[in-house]
Design a protein around this ligand. Structure first.
Ligand code: NAD
Ligand code: TDX
Length: 339
């Protein structure tokens, strides 16, 4: 049995986005001996305020693109691991314009793999459960790591492509890499384009929430902090070349989640609008996290979804300055799509 990998000096790509910034704050709190260099392009989804206030001697921000090979040549040597969150992450955007998804998610991962190969740096690649496609609503099984890849959207197919590049670079070049595929995250600092923050901020703005299609699609919700701990566990104790699925037994239909938001916010349960469905909309996504639990002993801490949702609603109530600047443009994009 080999000992745990103990990184001291890591690069976190996409560390100014939702999950990346939660991970950076979590590492700064739980592992104070680790130095973090955040590499982030600061797209519409990246906000330096998400990591503001962390000790400057331990967390540094480099603004740049993961596709920039010259920048990676300067930045990567001397680090012992890269945790790769940077991506275009929103399905609806990928349907409207797939271009940046192929570039950042596929080419960006390729450039990072090449840098890891050149400088002998370990990589943890953060991916999604959507690479496995979807399940029928009445199908009892959940996704397992060895299931076939069947992505359905431009976003999930670009993430699937990036996972396959990682796999090949491990096998062919001996790059030390791991992959985790996680289900739907919720919690603070999530962009208002995503389901839960969109509905919560709609209610706060006096707009009606919007439900796609039948509302029966199922997602498997996990608190972002539980995801952060899973990423750390896989980075430090996961086996090179392996894939770990991350999920917290949190399956709920979209209409159930929306009704819970409305209840917690004191609104009538029918105070929302039905809108047209997302093209290619994945029906049910569900994760079997047995491998992560059995091999690495990971367990979710945030097991009460209603409580986590209530805390998340409070966070958006208390941080209007954070979400307000993005809200109008986001809703204008949705209005143009009729969604
Ligand atoms: P996000 O959209 O909130 O953040 C993405 C971050 O990446 C932003 O800070 C953005 O500025 C940065 N970025 C984008 N393109 C870049 C580039 N070319 N170079 C450098 N930085 C760039 O995304 P998120 O929801 O935090 O997701 C993070 C990762 O987790 C993604 O890889 C996503 O596929 C994966 N994931 C997300 C979820 C979820 O529920 N949100 C679930 C499973 C997996
Ligand atoms: O207004 C809405 N109404 C609605 O019914 C929005 C924004 C979404 N939805 C539905 C679509 C999905 O079934 O809610 C569900 C969740 O939607 P999103 O928040 O857009 O997430 P999803 O498409 O499931 O993808 C998420 O989980 C997997 C993340 O955005 C991805 O980055 C991650 O990989």
């Amino acid at each position: 049995m080999t000992g745990a990998f103990e990184p001291r000096n890591i690069i976190v790509t996409g560390g100014c986005g939702f999950i990346g910034s939660n991970f950076v704050r979590w590492v700064a709190r739980e592992h104070p001996a680790v130095h973090v260099t955040v590499l982030d392009k600061l797209t519409y989804a990246g906000n330096p305020a998400n990591i503001a206030g962390l000790p400057a001697e331990r967390v540094e921000l480099v603004v740049g693109d993961v596709c920039d090979a010259g920048l990676l040549d300067r930045l990567v040597p001397g680090h012992d691991a890269i945790v790769h969150f940077a991506a275009e992450s929103h399905n609806d955007n990928s349907i409207a314009d797939p271009d940046p998804f192929v570039r950042t998610n596929v080419e960006g991962t390729y450039r990072l793999l090449e840098a890891c190969r050149r400088y002998g740096v370990r990589l943890h690649h953060v991916s999604t459960d959507e690479v496995y496609g979807d399940l029928a609503l009445d199908e009892p099984r959940r996704f397992r790591p060895d299931d076939p890849y069947r992505p359905n959207s431009p976003y999930s197919s670009s993430k699937a492509s990036s996972d396959l590049l990682v796999r090949a670079w491990v096998r062919t070049y001996g790059v030390r890499a791991t992959i985790s595929n996680c289900s739907n995250n919720y919690g603070p600092y999530q962009h208002v384009e995503k389901f839960i923050p969109r509905q919560v901020t709609n209610v706060l703005c006096g707009r009606r929430p919007r439900l796609y299609g039948t509302g029966r699609n199922v997602r498997d919700w996990i608190h972002v902090e539980d995801h952060s701990r899973a990423v750390w566990d896989v980075l430090t104790r996961g086996r090179v070349g392996e894939t770990y699925l991350v999920g917290a037994d949190g399956e709920r239909s979209n209409i159930e989640v929306l009704r819970e938001i409305l209840r917690l916010m004191g609104q009538p349960e029918d105070a929302f609008d039905w809108v047209r469905d997302r093209p290619g909309h994945d029906r049910r996504i569900a994760i079997d996290p047995t491998k992560l639990r059995d091999e690495l002993g990971w367990r979710p801490v945030h097991t009460d979804f209603s409580e986590g949702l209530a805390q998340t609603i409070c966070w958006y109530r208390d941080h209007e300055d954070w979400w307000r600047p993005a809200k109008e443009a986001t809703e204008a994009r949705y209005d143009a799509l009729g969604m």
